[in-house]
Design a protein around this ligand. Structure first.
Ligand code: NAP
Length: 546
């Protein structure tokens, strides 16, 4: 599979590989491990100076899992499973980053990872059937195959507010938080944004800040995480039951430890329904979202009863009536956007040192050297934290100049929304594989579980191509059309497609991301895995192999 033709670029020595992987997060790391086992030469280019991807970049205060720790780690190595102790049911970011560094050391991954190397372009060379990859620092490399492992939430977006750079205090986006923990004691802090990240940040900063002001544009329905430490006995039980844990994840729609309830919400007596919701609200993790009545996602009336339940909880937990009403979403139902999991989030608003500013009443007008000004007031701050989200799923692709056959830009191809085959390949872009790409089940999943499926499927494909002396693979236009139609059809009944969120490609802070499309695959991880397996079993049907 080595690339025979070689060009030397004036910028320096051009290195050749069988495979280039972009990104050394969870998917890139495991892909490297498996491809090396096949005897392929692999180079990973990573923008950061360490492994970990999401867990490398998102060092914001309070960052932690919303998945049970033991359902999140890699499952491929029994030795790794047995030697690693998770300290909490939902581990915090520093522990996850330590875990990923441990994995990198254990499997000696770093020798094939080039850090501080941001890929800026990837151009398909039709004559050589390979990808030319260029780095921000001028470096270049080429490989027969290019695998993107860039993560669905890797491009932080700042709001378009005048004066951001002029602020004289400390400021950062949560996705680019400082490497050293920030001490908030005695400080006046602003947090802008109340998505899953903002919620985790707010509840943490409120513990120590002299004063915290939360700037909220849209409230979300949040639910308790119920985190706790893992004691010795529980640790032993977890380690003894990994096969059952992963089997449970495999069987569930989005690979969590929570299985959807297929009863119809309105068909059971109100008291029974209330007791069920109360039970979910009292349990750890995402049960209240992915383990709830399945029809909550499709039937507005079913959704209403769940939303009303959570609204009652918000009203009970927030003492000031006016503040509570501001924290209640009015424009969407429960679970139609990502549900932030929280620990005393609502109680934060009962603290004297916390103020909620509703940006619908008083929008931010400008950032000033000393703080910020809304249409109502001026606020002075020592720290401003932007928890304003990401250019999701396709954003990471848009940042790289990716050109396929005939020099066609991927950004242009996807201008009207992504089109893929299995969320893994794109017609007109041969030998490019997109781990957790748009329309891939990995986008709506307990992500490492889908990462392992994606990575193993790609590794099997690479082995197949090698064994059969194929040098080129691309999906047919028909296969891509059929998959894309299937993705939209599967999502068509979902209430979440009728709501603005990153699931639908909406980000008002990014030019051109103002029309709803659908970036995820909502057919479920089991159905997706089955489809991928069937495609492989049928000699990679839907693909043209040369
Ligand atoms: P997000 O859900 O997109 O939330 C961004 C927030 O910023 C929203 O409240 C948004 O308000 C606000 N915002 C954006 N631009 C603004 C502006 N110009 N002015 C005022 N407010 C503005 O992003 P996120 O919270 O970073 O979460 C993204 C995803 O990361 C989550 O959905 C989740 O999948 C993942 N995540 C995972 C974990 C975990 O697993 N533990 C933790 C955190 C995040 P609008 O809603 O009005 O636009």
């Amino acid at each position: 599979m080595s690339v025979e033709t070689e060009k030397v670029h004036p910028a320096g020595q051009l290195e050749n590989f069988d495979v280039i992987i972009i990104g050394a997060g969870m998917s890139g790391m495991y892909q490297l491990h498996l491809l090396r086992k096949l005897g392929l030469s692999v180079r990973v280019f990573e923008a950061g100076d360490g492994v970990g991807g999401t867990w490398y970049w998102n060092r914001y205060p309070g960052a932690r899992f919303d998945s049970e720790s033991y359902s999140y780690g890699y499952s491929f190595s029994e030795e790794l499973l047995q030697e690693w102790d998770w300290s909490e049911h939902f581990a915090a970011q520093p522990e996850t980053l330590r875990y990923l560094n441990h994995v990198a050391d254990k499997f000696d991954l770093c020798r094939d990872i080039q850090f501080s190397s941001r890929v800026v372009s990837a151009i398909f060379d039709e004559a050589g059937t390979c990808w030319d990859v260029a780095l921000e620092d001028g470096g270049r490399a080429r490989a027969r195959f290019l695998i993107t492992a860039i993560g669905p939430l890797s491009v932080p977006t700042l709001p378009k507010i005048e004066g951001i750079e002029e602020f004289q205090g400390q400021w950062f986006h949560t996705g680019e938080a400082p490497h050293e923990p920030v001490d908030f004691a005695g400080k006046r802090v602003a947090v802008i944004g109340t998505g899953a990240t903002g919620v985790q940040t707010i509840q943490e900063v409120a513990k120590t800040a002299r004063h915290l002001t939360v700037f909220q544009r849209s409230p979300n329905y949040c639910a308790p995480l119920h985190n706790s430490p893992i004691d010795g006995d529980t640790q032993a039980r977890i380690k003894a039951s990994y096969p059952e844990i992963f089997a449970k994840c495999r069987a569930s729609h989005s690979a969590f430890l929570h299985k959807a309830d297929h009863r119809r919400a309105l068909e059971i007596p109100a008291e029974e329904r209330e007791a069920f919701l109360e039970k979910l609200y009292g349990e750890p993790g995402f049960g209240i979202w992915v383990g709830n009545f399945r029809d909550m996602f499709t039937d507005q009336k079913a959704n209403d009863v769940v939303s009303e339940f959570v609204i009652r909880k918000i009203r009970q937990r927030v003492h000031n009536r006016e503040v509570a009403e501001k924290l209640i979403p009015r424009d969407h139902g429960f679970g139609t956007r990502r549900v932030p999991l929280e620990t005393n989030y609502y109680e934060v608003y009962n603290q004297d040192n916390v103020l909620l500013v509703d940006l619908n009443e008083t929008p931010i007008e400008r950032i000033m050297p000393s703080g910020l000004e809304t249409s109502g007031d001026a606020h002075d701050f020592d720290v401003i934290i932007y928890a304003t989200g990401f250019d999701a799923v396709t954003g990471g692709f848009d940042r790289i100049d990716i050109r396929g056959e005939g020099g066609r830009k991927l950004k242009d191809k996807w201008a009207g929304g992504p089109r893929t085959y299995l969320g893994l390949q794109i017609a007109g872009f041969p030998n490019l594989l997109t781990l957790v790409g748009p329309h891939n089940a990995g986008t709506f999943c307990n992500i490492p579980r889908c990462i392992e499926q994606n990575v193993e499927w790609v590794a099997d494909l690479m082995g197949y191509l090698k064994d059969n002396n194929y040098t080129c693979i691309a999906p047919t236009a028909e296969a891509e059309d059929t998959w894309t139609e299937h993705v939209y059809e599967t999502a068509s009944e979902l209430l979440m497609t009728k709501v603005d969120s990153w699931f639908n490609g909406i980000n008002p802070n990014v030019e051109g991301k103002d029309k709803r499309t659908f970036l995820l695959y909502a057919g479920g991880a089991p159905a997706y895995r089955e489809k991928c397996d069937e495609v492989a079993a049928n000699g990679y049907e839907g693909f043209v192999l040369r």
